[in-house]
Design a protein around this ligand. Structure first.
Ligand code: ZN
Length: 59
C-alpha cells in the first residue's frame, strides 16, 4: 500500500546517511537495522530482523 508506506516514511525518523543510521542503531536498546527507503532516499530503522528475535536485556 503506497499510502501506508508513505505514512511510515513520514512518521519515522530519517537519517541522511547509513553511518548516521548505524550510529543510532548502536545507541538503541533494542536490535535495529537500517534500511534504505525508496520514497525519501534516506535511511530509516526497522526492528524487524528476519526471523531472528533477539532482544537486548533492558536496564
Ligand atoms: Zn522514507
Amino acid at each position: 500500500m503506497k499510502s501506508t508506506r508513505l505514512r511510515i516514511c513520514t512518521a519515522k525518523r530519517r537519517y541522511l546517511t547509513q553511518e548516521q543510521a548505524q550510529a543510532a542503531v548502536e545507541r538503541a536498546t533494542i536490535i535495529l537495522r537500517p534500511y534504505r527507503c525508496d520514497r525519501c532516499r534516506q535511511f530509516h530503522l526497522t526492528s524487524r530482523t528476519k526471523g531472528k528475535r533477539i532482544a537486548r536485556p533492558v536496564g
